[in-house]
Write a protein that binds this ligand. Structure first.
Ligand SMILES: Cc1cc2nc3c(=O)[nH]c(=O)nc-3n(C[C@H](O)[C@H](O)[C@H](O)COP(=O)(O)O)c2cc1C
Length: 326
């Protein structure tokens, strides 16, 4: 049941990103991926309190949606999918994990102990838990007992200052199924560079404890090749890649090369069409704008096309624009 123990090393994972790594983007990336270059994907983080709240649930449940097309690709490429959840009430984790295990198709659950947004940190959630190790351990314990699904944790190297060994030591006492460590403190948000030497300390700590607990590093990785190199250099079981896909949506593909205009625009259309098919009018169409600057770049007329794409309000607008430019 615990896939973390059996999947190939180095483990390459897609990082969870709110309003980004929904079932549509994951499907698109899975379609392009070489199975040797992508082993685990995660949902956007979902609030346990929100899921248990009658009205709040409607606002967040879409984050756990996995289309049948995505399920097919996950099976075909043998990629595991993990639901990421957050909150600060152990009993709420238990309820949510039971529901996930009983009625959804996830291979594991990940607890977010890394989001640095002050609003959630003030409530003692996400990276706020770095300041409350006893509650963090209680949550992991409760989550592990809730179902047979493996429970992993994604976190940072400290709250206001670096405290890798102390904090990760606490987490390791609770024996999560895996740990992903983003090499920045909460205070750093996304500033500076991720510190992979600190991440390496966590792997050494694990070795010193003599336990079987995969440690994945995260932060600023731009390619699968770089991810593999970092795993070897820092003695890690895996690496997780997030924003790199904004530079290169083909990041997990076997063939790494410049993509032609036709390929870029075909992917742009595939993405738009899939978004429309899956979400219809239920999600803001403007969420797609973030991607237009990724697809429409690096060819003559790209800036113009990008500017016009930013004005689109519907799939029909995008279709006619692409027809004109194609
Ligand atoms: C737009 C955006 C949304 C994010 N949402 C989440 C999230 O829901 N859960 C989480 O654990 N981390 C989230 N993160 C953090 C990433 O998972 C990752 O830790 C961070 O971006 C550093 O890795 P990277 O340099 O490879 O992007 C988010 C990051 C970005 C840029």
């Amino acid at each position: 049941m615990d896939f973390w123990k059996t999947i190939d090393r180095p483990i390459i994972a897609l990082a969870p990103m709110e309003d980004v790594t929904d079932t549509v983007l994951r499907t698109l990336l899975l379609g392009l991926a070489d199975p040797e270059s992508l082993h685990v994907v995660m949902t956007e983080f979902v609030s346990t309190d929100g899921l248990l709240h009658k009205k709040g649930r409607r606002r967040v449940i879409h984050r756990l949606h996995v289309t049948t097309e995505e399920q097919r690709l996950l099976r075909e490429k043998q990629v595991r999918i993990v639901a990421q959840i957050w909150g600060n009430v152990p009993e709420n984790y238990v309820k949510v994990i039971r529901e996930i295990a009983d009625s959804m198709e996830f291979d594991g659950v990940d607890i977010n102990m890394g989001c640095p947004v002050p609003k959630v940190v003030r409530r003692g959630c996400c990276s706020g838990l770095i300041g409350n190790p006893s509650l963090a351990k209680e949550i992991i314990q409760a989550a592990k007992e809730a179902s047979p699904l493996p429970v992993s944790v994604k976190t940072r190297i400290g709250l206001k200052s670096i405290a890798t060994e102390e904090w990760i030591g606490h987490l390791m006492e609770a024996r999560p199924a895996a740990l992903t460590i983003h090499g920045r403190t909460q205070r750093q948000m996304s500033d500076g560079r991720a510190d992979w030497n600190e991440i390496a300390k966590a792997a050494r700590l694990r070795d010193a404890l003599g336990i079987d607990l995969p440690v994945l590093g995260n932060g600023d990785v731009q390619s699968v090749e770089e991810a593999r190199g970092k795993c070897a250099e820092y003695g890690l079981d895996g690496a997780m890649i997030g924003r790199g896909i904004f530079e290169n949506p083909w990041l997990f593909a076997k063939e790494q090369r410049e993509r032609s205009i036709e390929e870029r625009l075909a992917l742009l259309w595939q993405h738009t069409e899939l978004f429309d098919r899956v979400w219809g009018g239920t999600k803001n169409f403007h969420l797609l704008r973030r991607y237009y600057s990724i697809y429409a770049k690096g060819f003559p007329g790209a800036a113009d096309l990008r500017a016009q794409l930013m004005q689109t309000e519907s799939i029909a607008d995008v279709g006619s624009l692409l027809e004109k430019s194609g």
